[in-house]
Design a protein around this ligand. Structure first.
Ligand code: CA
Length: 731
């Protein structure tokens, strides 16, 4: 059906329902017919979150603090938490979604933008929805084929799909109601974030800045899918007027970009791929804007200008999308330092005054407290140790005090940055507990090297990252001591940050990075899953560990809590994936030994359900063909691997992280024809491994194979390998 025809048909149906509702004093827009509990979700419920019985949006309520008022589960009894029910999920490709729960129904998304509905008490499946994303789209997802959840509003659920669609579903049946393509399908846009619904408008952004796109957010009519407004975050590279809500703001941003530079071809980046937060108190929207495209500011903008609104928080008027104010966290961004991370709204007493603030702990390692009435910086403090790109902020100008060595494109030398593109804090949800006065940051310490590349292939490849960097520089040197140090150095932290004192109050250290998002409650609790396979609870005020429940798989998503039939539940999606396991290689450390099993787990006090055992990645010895590449062939293969393969298969071919195949263990390494059929002919395209024939010759594909064989021999000889014992999660 053509979209216009569909809109017309929906329009007629809706007109009839509207007439019906009008006669019984309905809202200004009709609720979806036939929907049950989701029909009640509106601006009033999302403003407060209600009494905590429902978890009606991924961030709990519009303030997105993920703070529940529920207290049945509390610091005194959380040790008695057990499993009420669980559901195994179909795709072991990264579980990032927070479930939403409304009137005893739980809705959650998984990889490939699939939606699953359950009875929240019994775990009985109600329906599933698969938007049937083409698996070949996976190669345009920088950070796995993940999805972070649905939004609910007046009987409908809203889903952003990896291939750029915004889809409205009938919450009662899971049937598609309307669908709009929000992106240019010819460009490498993706959607992984949850939509937000404000004033009968659905807001959705997109991703793709690693590949070369121009970022924007669009508002659609929640009932019909008709476009209301669009706000571009960076100027139009052609210089043309967009005739969109951002026109006036773009006129202001344009002088902060160079006349030429690679942004003219790439689109400049600035994608809004996660945080879009509505402030009902001030009636403002806040967009968390992403990194530049390409990353390298020297190439992107000839080393000139701040490049607004990259790495900024931008405030807009919800009805029209008009610009109100902005604060740029990382001017002239050059390290993939996004400002897309979760934003929490609160009112704090600072210096004896009540301040309406927004808080964010983005990739760059600084925790920002910003006055949300006007965008003024109040506090900026380093929330992980060792931040080396800037020493602090000039509070008069609101600008970072930079380390000149960090601008690698100016020095011509590589820069080992802490934090790095993997982030001091990535998308994993942060929470804020107003009773404890603390924000809980799922933080980590992961360094990485940056090295400028002026090779056109690092700016405009038809497949792969175009970030203006020599990505091969991220590969590990063949030195066991260095690799072991990198592994030991990549760690995780739970930081309980005091935004008034501008420093941590307590910190928990984890042996591996990429731990789960946080959720906090009035029961003086903070919940967090870990990369090594535990679901933990801490006292919100002191950080005392109160629970460490083994679940047999790594967790990275944030939890939700709800009340049904007089019982409080805590639900979390378990399973690994996302950017870090794919890209980081050896430094994933112990997490590589933990099973990756996609499973929704729901806890209650006294729950007695045993979780079935999960199986660790198989690390038994596999036959490895003899290393037959000459040193020259191996070196050429290594460079090609760095450019085309490592962002998914891990630096030094040591990756996959239990999410994608570890190529060092590939059964195809000894089979030159089989390798060619996969890499060149696309034999595994239906699993997301597209043909690389556009960028590699068959001979080059064989050079990569020779390199991986060589790397695997070296790793087996020089790095210890672990056993493959099944991990039993039941206690
Ligand atoms: Ca990025």
């Amino acid at each position: 059906m053509e979209r216009g025809e569909r809109l017309m048909r929906n329009g007629f149906a809706l007109a009839a329902i509207a007439a019906l509702l009008a006669s019984c004093g309905g809202n200004n827009q009709p609720a979806k017919s036939g929907a049950s509990g989701v029909g009640k979700v509106d601006g009033a419920l999302l403003t407060t979150g209600g009494d905590g019985s429902d978890w009606a949006m991924t961030g709990f309520n519009y303030s997105e603090t993920r703070f529940s008022p529920l207290t049945q589960i509390n610091a005194d009894n959380v040790g008695k938490l057990g499993v009420a029910w669980f559901a195994d999920m179909p795709d072991a490709r990264g579980q990032e979604a927070t479930p939403i729960v409304i009137d005893g129904k739980l809705f959650v998304t998984g990889p490939w933008s699939k939606v699953f509905a359950y009875d929240a008490v019994t775990g009985k499946p109600l329906w599933t929805y698969d938007p049937k994303v083409d698996p070949q789209k996976g190669v345009q997802a920088c950070c796995d084929v993940v999805n972070r959840g649905v939004a609910a509003w007046k009987g409908r659920l809203y889903l952003g799909t990896l291939d750029g669609r915004l889809i409205a579903l009938d919450a009662a049946t899971g049937k598609e109601d309307w669908s709009v393509q929000t992106t240019d399908k010819a460009k490498p846009y993706t959607i992984t974030g949850a939509p937000r619904v404000v004033k009968d408008m659905v807001l959705i952004g997109n991703g793709g800045a690693e590949f070369g796109v121009r970022g924007y957010v669009t508002a659609y009519d929640a009932a019909t899918g008709a476009k209301k407004w669009r706000f571009y975050t960076v100027p139009n590279p052609t210089g043309a007027k967009d005739n969109e809500a951002s026109d006036a703001a773009m006129a202001k941003a344009a002088p902060t970009w160079s006349a030429n530079g690679q942004w003219k071809q790439s689109g400049g980046g600035g994608t809004v791929w996660d945080s879009i937060v509505y402030d009902p108190e001030l009636d403002q929207l806040y967009l968390g804007v992403g990194n530049g495209s390409p990353w390298n500011h020297g190439l992107r903008s000839e080393g000139k200008g701040d490049n607004l609104f990259l790495s900024s928080i931008v405030a807009l008027k919800p009805e029209t999308g008009e610009y109100l104010w902005h604060y740029q966290e990382t001017p002239a961004e050059s390290w993939d330092f996004t400002a897309t991370q979760p934003i929490n709204l609160a009112t704090l007493t600072i210096g004896g005054k009540q301040r309406k603030v927004l808080m964010q702990a983005p990739k760059n390692g600084f925790f920002y407290v910003i006055d949300r009435t006007n965008g003024t910086l109040i506090n900026a403090g380093q929330f992980i140790p060792g931040v080396n790109w800037a020493s602090g902020y000039d509070m008069k100008t609101g600008r970072p005090i930079e380390n000149p060595a960090a601008r690698y494109y100016k020095t011509g030398k590589p820069f080992l940055a802490v934090p790095s593109a993997i982030a001091a804090h990535n998308w994993q949800p942060m929470s804020f507990n107003p009773k404890a006065g603390l924000a809980y940051i799922p933080a980590q310490i992961v360094g990485a090297g940056y090295m400028a590349s002026s090779d056109p292939l690092d700016q405009a490849k038809p497949i792969g990252f175009n970030v203006g960097e020599n990505l091969g520089a991220l590969m590990y040197p063949r030195d066991a001591a260095t690799i072991k140090a990198a592994t030991a150095g990549a760690t995780g932290l739970l930081v309980a940050w005091d935004p008034v004192a501008n420093k941590p109050r307590w910190t928990v250290k984890y042996p591996a990075p990429w731990n789960g998002g946080t959720m906090t409650t009035a029961g003086n609790l903070v919940f967090q899953g870990t990369a090594l396979g535990e679901f933990r609870a801490y006292a919100a005020d002191t950080g005392k560990q109160l629970l460490a429940y083994p679940v047999g798989t790594g967790i990275m998503a944030g939890a939700a809590t709800y009340m049904a039939g007089g019982t409080q539940y805590v639900a979390v999606l378990a399973g690994r994936g996302g950017a870090l396991p794919l890209s980081i290689g050896y430094a994933i450390g112990k997490a590589a030994e933990v099973p990756n099993h996609p499973r929704l787990i729901v806890f209650k006090l006294g729950g007695t359900v045993a979780l079935p055992a999960t199986t660790a990645p198989d690390s038994a010895a596999v036959p490895l063909p003899a290393a037959s590449g000459t040193p020259e062939q191996v070196a050429q293969g290594r460079a090609l691997f760095g450019r085309y393969c490592q962002v998914c298969h891990g630096a030094s071919a040591a990756g996959g992280g239990g999410v994608l195949p570890n190529l060092q263990r590939s059964g195809t390494l000894g089979n030159a024809d089989g390798w060619k059929s996969i890499v060149i002919d696309g034999a595994l395209k239906d699993r997301g491994m597209v043909s690389f024939a556009k960028v590699l010759t068959p001979d080059q594909a064989q050079l990569i194979r020779l390199y991986v064989i060589d790397e695997a021999h070296w790793a087996r000889k020089n790095l210890s390998t672990s056993g493959a014992a099944p991990v039993a999660p039941a206690r």
